[in-house]
Design a protein around this ligand. Structure first.
Ligand code: ACM
Length: 544
């Protein structure tokens, strides 16, 4: 068969399979759960259905709020009686199940009379509720009431827990800015797939996005540039300030709001404050912490710049310590990401002060200078009760004692084998800024590369060559969405979907359950969920 014929028949088969799956009441979950048994019959959410809880009140209320939007039913939420009654969705927190289910696992029992969601933690209850949503018709994801729908879920028994503890998605809000409601939408989409770590890339050459009270110019100056940049159409975005400059930032109050929104969805936010490179925007506002004194201009759009801190000056450490202190006070998670990638070392080579400093400290090259700097930052972050994580390059001059590594261009297996926590984000599988087709004419302009769905589905966060005793050091996998060419949320959605489902399955599902045919069929059905949400995704039927 010719390739294009295969493609057409292949797609037709997937669409037919998807319709058949739905008609047969066969469940279609992403990510695939650990174990699942189909039982006869269906549970139906009716106008009189009640939601009860014995522990997990917040999770019960969140599910009710979601279900009310599409069903329009009242779905009252109340403490549970002893046994679930007919037409009840019952949340049960049972700490005795910790050993069996772990901190994120759950059991979901759907029978014709009631639904039972059981877990040892509220997190597990939340994931159980996310699975229940996917058992219901796709229209359940509609934000407005859908008429003439039987809200039935196939009866099943599911016992589920994740393969990895870090199931991440990174959004770059510097190259382009996304508002609080837009970031919250991204968090909702992550939660749907049981992703639990939002890496918020908050500072870069082209914009600083977090209010720091002690340094107001980081937001009055560094959060803005003259235009949208990257040779993009100024109409492609709405992120303009009142004075017409492009950009924006989050106040600390807004940051707290987003953290709470994420926490309700059991998502931890890891803030990234880039250093010592990718700091052009900050240095535009505070050039005294640079090697050259500036002037700098955040209005640029590509390549590597000399936006690098002067790490030979104690004043730089005071500046960064002040910033990190405020950041640590906002974010409740363990890690602060301190960047460390693509440091333009030439600027340090050309700096007499940095060269003299290296000599005085006995540092043989700029890589060692970067490691010296990272160690100083690590100590500051530790003093604030947090740990650092950084990109691959932070290990080039020696990895500092307690640092976690985010592997995008290597070093993950080696770092894990030397006892460091590692998150895998290899460009080959995890860079969602790459094209989803080799035919660029049919795609919105992207930065380059080629990362089709199948490639993401082939991702295994566990490095092959790592000895099993070190496997617990691999925290999990993460997709990164850099946004140079992605000036609005619709385009973010297009780059996320369907690839985020593949990433979620790599992070959550047992490795043995990996099945590309099954995943495609489930992805086809998932398109109906995304349709119900009004999402802009890349259809499975679109040619690669
Ligand atoms: C990176 O993509 N520069 C971490």
């Amino acid at each position: 068969m010719k390739n294009y014929m295969k493609k057409i028949f292949g797609t037709a088969l997937i669409v037919a399979t998807c319709t058949w799956l739905q008609a047969a009441g066969i469940v279609s979950l992403i990510p695939q759960p650990q174990t699942m048994t189909n039982l006869p019959g269906e549970f139906e959410i009716q106008p009189g259905t009640k939601i009860t809880f014995a522990g997990g009140a917040a999770e019960a209320r969140l599910l009710a709020a979601t279900l009310r939007q599409s069903t329009g039913y009242p779905l009252p939420v109340s403490p549970a009686a002893t046994r679930p009654a007919k037409s009840e969705i019952a949340f049960l927190l049972d700490t005795n199940l910790q050993e069996k289910l772990g901190p994120e696992g759950y059991q979901l029992y759907v029978n014709i009379n009631y639904v039972g969601i059981t877990a040892a933690t509220p997190t597990g209850l939340f994931y159980g509720s996310q699975t229940l949503l996917q058992l219901l018709p796709p229209e359940i994801f509609s934000a407005t009431k859908v008429k003439h729908q039987f809200w039935t879920a196939q009866c099943v028994k599911i016992t589920d827990s994740p393969r990895f503890v870090w199931r991440g998605f990174m959004l770059d809000v510097c190259r382009h800015f996304y508002t609080v409601p837009e970031v919250e939408q991204v968090l909702d989409l992550m939660a749907m797939y049981k992703l639990n770590t939002f890496h918020w890339h908050l500072t870069d050459d082209q914009g600083w996005r977090i209010e720091i009270k002690k340094y107001p110019k980081l937001t009055s100056v560094a959060a803005w540039r003259k235009g949208v940049g990257f040779k993009l159409d100024p109409q492609s975005t709405t992120a303009y300030g009142p004075d017409g400059r492009y950009g924006g930032f989050y106040t600390q109050k807004q940051i707290r709001e987003v953290i709470a929104y994420a926490a309700a969805r059991h998502i931890t936010i890891v803030p990234e404050i880039e250093m010592p490179g990718h700091a052009m925007a900050a240095l535009t506002a505070y050039p005294q912490f640079s090697c050259t004194g500036g002037p700098f201009d955040a209005d640029h759009d590509g390549g590597v710049y000399d936006g690098i801190y002067n790490v030979s000056d104690e004043a730089t450490y005071v500046f960064l310590a002040d910033i990190l202190h405020e950041v640590a006070g906002l974010f409740p998670g363990k890690f602060i990401h301190v960047g460390g990638d693509e440091v333009p070392k030439k600027t340090w080579q050309n700096s007499a002060a940095c060269q003299a400093f290296m000599k005085a400290k006995g540092l043989k090259d700029e890589k060692e200078l970067q490691s010296y700097f990272t160690a100083r930052i690590e100590a500051i972050v530790n003093t604030n009760g947090k740990s650092i994580i950084g990109w691959s390059e932070i290990r080039e001059g020696g990895l500092t004692p307690s640092a976690g590594l985010m592997d995008w261009i290597g070093g993950g297996a080696e770092s894990a084998a030397s006892g460091h926590d590692v998150v895998m984000t290899p460009t080959k599988y995890c860079y969602f800024d790459h094209y989803q087709s080799t035919n660029h004419a049919i795609e919105p302009k992207a930065i380059g590369g080629f990362l089709p769905l199948k490639k993401v589905y082939e991702f295994d966060p566990m490095p092959e060559k790592l000895a099993p005793e070190f496997s617990p050091r691999i925290l999990g996998g993460q997709a990164n969405l850099w946004t140079e060419y992605i000036p609005n949320l619709r385009y973010v959605e297009y780059m996320m979907f369907p690839r985020l489902g593949a990433l979620a399955e790599a992070d959550w599902s047992p490795k043995e359950s990996r099945d590309w045919e099954s995943f495609q069929a489930r992805t086809a059905l998932n398109e109906k969920r995304l349709d119900a949400m009004g999402m802009n995704y890349r259809p499975l039927s679109k040619a690669e």
